[in-house]
Design a binder for this molecule. Structure first.
Ligand code: AMP
Length: 282
C-alpha cells in the first residue's frame, strides 16, 4: 500500500489509472478505523479494480465547539488495518494540502443540509460536501463507498453528485454494529465504561420502532413517542432528536404509507454525541 500526502501526486496517479481503464473505488474516512470502515473497503475491493482510501480529519465539517482537536488519530494503526485488505493507495493529506492559504470555495447542498444533523450541527454538511468535492476531483472514483450509519450524509452526497454531475456512483454499505447493537463509530472511544454500557439504548429504540412498524403501526408520532420513552429510561443519555423521514429525500413523514422511511436519532452521553438510524420498509 502506497501512502500519498500530496494532492498533485494523487491526481497524476488517478489520471494514469483512468488511462489504463481501471475502475477506481474510493473510501473516504476520518481515520480511527473500525470494522464499519473496513466493511466499506471490503465492498470496494469486491466491486472495483483499484481501491483508494483517504484519512483526513476535515476541519471544515466541525463546529467551533466540536471535537476537532480531540478527534482520535492513529495513522500507523489505520495503515496496518488497510494494507492487508488490498487498499492500493492511502491518501493522507494535511489540512494545508486540502485548504491552502487563501482557500475560498465551498459547496452547499441547500435544504437537505439544514435539517436533522444539519440543524444540530450548522455548517457540518457544507464542510462534508466541500471536502468530498475536492476529494472526488482528485480521485475521480467510479464508485464511492459510504456507510448507512451516516444516512443523511449519504442523501446529501448523492444529491450533490447529481446536481454537480460528478461522474461517480455512491454505494451505500450497511451499518456495522457491536454485539450489543451499538453502531460502530470512532466516537465510541470517548465513552466512559458506564456510558458505553448505556449506549446501546439507541439501537434498542430503533429496534422498538421496527417492531411497532412490523406490527402495523404507521403513525410516525406514535413510533417517536415510544422511542422517546425508551431513551428517557436511560438516565445517562440525553435525547437530541428523533425523526421519521422519507428515505430518499428526507422529507418529514407523519403517516407511513408505501414509501420506505428512515428513523434516525441523536443522543448525547456527556459531551459525546452518538447517531444511529434504521430504514423501515415493507
Ligand atoms: P468517518 O470516518 O466517521 O467519516 O466515516 C467514514 C465512512 O465510514 C462514512 O461513509 C461512514 O458512514 C462510514 N461508517 C462509519 N461508521 C460505520 C459503521 N458502523 N458501519 C458502516 N459504515 C460506517
Amino acid at each position: 500500500m502506497q501512502i500519498i500526502n500530496d494532492a498533485t501526486a494523487l491526481q497524476t496517479l488517478t489520471a494514469t489509472l483512468h488511462a489504463e481503464q481501471k475502475t477506481i473505488g474510493f473510501v473516504p474516512t476520518m481515520g480511527a478505523l473500525h470494522d464499519g470502515h473496513l466493511s466499506l473497503v471490503k465492498a470496494a475491493r469486491k466491486q472495483t479494480d483499484v481501491v483508494i482510501a483517504s484519512i483526513f480529519v476535515n476541519p471544515t465539517q466541525f463546529g467551533k465547539h466540536e471535537d476537532l482537536s480531540r478527534y482520535p488519530r492513529d495513522l500507523e494503526r489505520d495503515a496496518e488495518l488497510l494494507a492487508p485488505l488490498g487498499v492500493e493507495y492511502l491518501f493522507t493529506p494535511t489540512p494545508d494540502e486540502i485548504y491552502p492559504a487563501g482557500y475560498a470555495t465551498y459547496v452547499n447542498v441547500e435544504g437537505l443540509s439544514e435539517m436533522l444533523e444539519g440543524a444540530s450541527r450548522p455548517g457540518h454538511f457544507r464542510g462534508v460536501a466541500t471536502v468530498l468535492t475536492i476529494l472526488f476531483h482528485l480521485v475521480r472514483p467510479h464508485r464511492v463507498f459510504m456507510g448507512q450509519k451516516d444516512a443523511q450524509q449519504c442523501v446529501v452526497v448523492k444529491k450533490m453528485v447529481r446536481d454537480l454531475r460528478i461522474p461517480t456512483e455512491i454505494v451505500i454499505v450497511p451499518t456495522r454494529r457491536e454485539a450489543d447493537g451499538l453502531a460502530m463509530s470512532s466516537r465510541n472511544q470517548y465513552l466512559s465504561a458506564e456510558q458505553r454500557r448505556a449506549a446501546p439504548v439507541l439501537f434498542r429504540a430503533l429496534t422498538q420502532a421496527q417492531k411497532l412498524f412490523a406490527s402495523g403501526e404507521r403513525d410516525a408520532q406514535a413510533i417517536t413517542r415510544a422511542m422517546q420513552q425508551t431513551i428517557a429510561a436511560e438516565p445517562l443519555g440525553v435525547l437530541d432528536y428523533i425523526a421519521v423521514n422519507d428515505a430518499q429525500r428526507l422529507a418529514p413523514v407523519t403517516i407511513i404509507h408505501e414509501q420506505a422511511v428512515i428513523v434516525s436519532l441523536a443522543v448525547r452521553f456527556g459531551t459525546t454525541r452518538l447517531i444511529d438510524n434504521m430504514i423501515l420498509s415493507r
